[in-house]
Design a binder for this molecule. Structure first.
Ligand SMILES: Cc1cc2nc3c(=O)[nH]c(=O)nc-3n(C[C@H](O)[C@H](O)[C@H](O)COP(=O)(O)OP(=O)(O)OC[C@H]3O[C@@H](n4cnc5c(N)ncnc54)[C@H](O)[C@@H]3O)c2cc1C
Length: 398
C-alpha cells in the first residue's frame, strides 16, 4: 500500500497529539515548526503548575466550552480520562488536585511531559522540521515556507495556536493568509486575562498582591466560585477568567461592567446576620474572628458602606454578599492566557476540515472558541488532535 502523506504546521499540543495517534502504517508525516524547539507555549503554561485537564463527568466538561456541540465528538473520543491513560502509557503519571484539576504527578516537570510526548511522536517514525515558518500556499496549493521550501502532501493540518504570548511563536499572523483564501477569520482578542479595576489608592497601596479566597464572582446570571488576586491593574484569577466571554461582551457594548463579589458564598444572608449577633463585640472583630474575613475583604466592605450601614447587620450582610466591582478594561492581548478569534467554526466540518478547502484541517487554539482555565484549553487541543488522527486513520481504511 502506498502511504498517504501528512504535513502538520505548528508543534504545539494539538499538533503533537495528532501525530501521536496517526497510524505510521498508513501515513508518512512531518511536522513543520517555525521555532527551534516544540511546545514553547506548553512550557509557559507549565510555569504556574501544568494544569492538563479537569476531572469531572464528560457532559459537564463538554458544557464548559462556548461551542460545546462542536467539541462533543472530539471530547468523547479523547476524554479527560483518555488523556490520563495516554500520558500514563508514555510514562507520565497524573493526579487530581483538591480543586479537581489534573496535573502531572509531583516532581514531573513540564519539560519531561513535553519530552515524553515528543518521543512518542518520533517513535512512530515521524519527523519534526524546526525553523520552518509557513508563509502561504503556492499556486498549486502546496505549503510554502519562508526558507523557500515547498511541501506537497495529501493532507495539511494546521495547528498554529492563538495570538497571546507571541514570544512562544503563536503570533496569529497566519490570519491574513487564510482570509486571502476566503476563510472567515475573526480578529484575536484576549481571554482568560487580567481585568482592570480603578482601585482607590489607599486600598491598592495596602492590598496589592493579596488573594481573595473562597469567593464567588458573578457577571449577570453567571457565577463562578474560586479565588481572585488583587493586582495594581485590577483582578486576576480563575473566578474572573471564567467570566471572560460575558465581560468581553459587556466591555464591547458599554466600555464597562459591574461584577458582584460574594465574600461568603456558602453563607446565606440570614446566617451572616445570626453570626453578627454577638453583643459587646466590635463589628470589625466579628468580621475577622467569626466570619473569617481578611483585612482586604473588610476594607472592600468599608469602601462600599458608610458608618451607619457598616454597623447595621442587615445592610452589612447584604454588602458581604454583593460587593460591586466595576471593570473598565482588560489586559493587553499578549499577556492573556488564551485568545478568542481565528478560524470561524462555520468554516469547518465536524472533522475540523475546512469546508472550502478539502483535505486541509485546523485544530487547537487557532479556532475561534473560548474555555475557562482549569485545564480546559489543553484538554480541547489534545482532544482535537487525537480525534482528527482517528478520523484520518479510519478514512484510510475505506
Ligand atoms: C501563561 C499561560 C498559562 C497557561 N496555562 C494553561 C493551563 O494551565 N492549562 C491549560 O489548559 N492551558 C493553559 N494555557 C493555554 C495553552 O497553553 C494553549 O491553549 C495551548 O498551548 C494551545 O495549543 P495549540 O497546539 O493550539 O497551539 P500552541 O501551543 O500555541 O502552538 C502553536 C505552534 O505553532 C507554531 N506556529 C505558529 N505560526 C507558525 C507558522 N507560520 N509556521 C510554523 N509554525 C508556526 C508556534 O510557534 C507554536 O509552536 C496557558 C497559556 C499561557 C500563555
Amino acid at each position: 500500500m502506498v502511504k498517504k502523506t501528512i504535513a502538520i504546521v505548528g508543534a504545539g499540543p494539538a499538533a503533537l497529539l495528532a501525530a501521536s495517534f496517526i497510524d505510521p502504517a498508513k501515513f508518512d508525516l512531518c511536522i513543520y515548526e517555525k521555532n527551534r524547539t516544540a511546545g514553547r507555549k506548553f512550557l509557559v503554561a507549565g510555569k504556574g503548575g501544568l494544569n492538563l485537564s479537569y476531572a469531572e463527568p464528560l457532559e459537564e466538561l463538554i458544557s464548559k466550552y462556548t461551542v460545546s456541540e462542536f467539541f462533543t465528538a472530539a471530547l468523547k473520543t479523547f476524554s479527560n480520562q483518555d488523556l490520563r491513560n495516554y500520558l500514563y502509557k508514555i510514562g507520565i503519571n497524573t493526579y487530581v488536585g483538591s480543586s479537581n484539576r489534573i496535573f502531572p504527578e509531583k516532581g514531573i516537570k513540564p519539560i519531561e511531559v513535553l519530552k515524553a510526548i515528543l518521543e512518542k511522536v518520533l517513535s512512530q517514525g515521524f519527523e519534526i522540521k524546526y525553523e520552518h515558518a509557513w508563509k502561504s500556499w503556492t499556486k498549486h496549493g502546496d505549503l510554502l515556507f519562508e526558507n523557500d521550501v515547498i511541501v506537497k502532501t495529501d493532507f495539511q493540518i494546521f495547528a498554529l495556536g492563538g495570538a497571546s504570548w507571541k514570544i512562544t511563536g503563536s503570533d496569529g499572523n497566519w490570519n491574513s493568509i487564510f482570509r486571502e483564501r476566503g476563510i472567515d477569520c475573526h480578529t484575536f482578542e484576549a481571554s482568560n486575562c487580567a481585568y482592570q479595576v480603578k482601585w482607590p489608592k489607599a486600598f491598592i497601596d495596602k492590598h496589592e498582591g493579596t488573594p481573595l479566597k473562597n469567593i464567588a464572582l458573578s457577571c449577570g446570571d453567571k457565577t463562578i466560585k474560586g479565588e481572585l488576586m488583587i493586582t495594581r491593574f485590577g483582578l486576576e484569577g480563575a473566578a474572573i477568567y471564567g467570566l471572560s466571554p460575558e465581560i468581553r461582551l459587556a466591555l464591547k457594548q458599554t466600555g464597562k461592567v459591574v461584577l458582584s463579589l460574594d465574600l461568603k458564598p456558602l453563607f446565606p444572608k440570614e446566617k451572616l446576620i445570626d453570626k453578627m449577633d454577638r453583643s459587646g463585640k466590635k463589628i470589625t472583630e466579628i468580621l475577622k474572628r467569626y466570619l473569617k474575613l481578611s483585612k482586604a475583604q473588610i476594607d472592600l466592605i468599608k469602601d462600599q458602606t458608610n458608618r451607619n450601614e457598616f454597623l447595621d447587620p442587615e445592610h452589612l450582610a447584604e454588602r458581604i454578599k454583593d460587593i460591586k466591582l466595576e471593570i473598565v478594561g482588560k489586559a493587553d492581548i499578549d499577556e492573556a492566557i488564551s485568545t478568542v478569534g481565528g478560524i470561524d467554526i462555520k468554516e469547518l466540518n465536524s472533522n475540523f476540515e475546512l469546508i472550502k478547502m478539502p483535505n486541509h484541517f485546523c485544530i487547537g487554539e487557532m479556532i475561534d472558541y473560548d474555555a475557562p482555565t482549569g485545564g480546559y484549553l489543553l484538554q480541547s487541543c489534545f482532544s482535537m488532535g487525537a480525534y482528527l488522527a482517528q478520523y484520518l486513520n479510519e478514512k484510510e481504511n475505506q
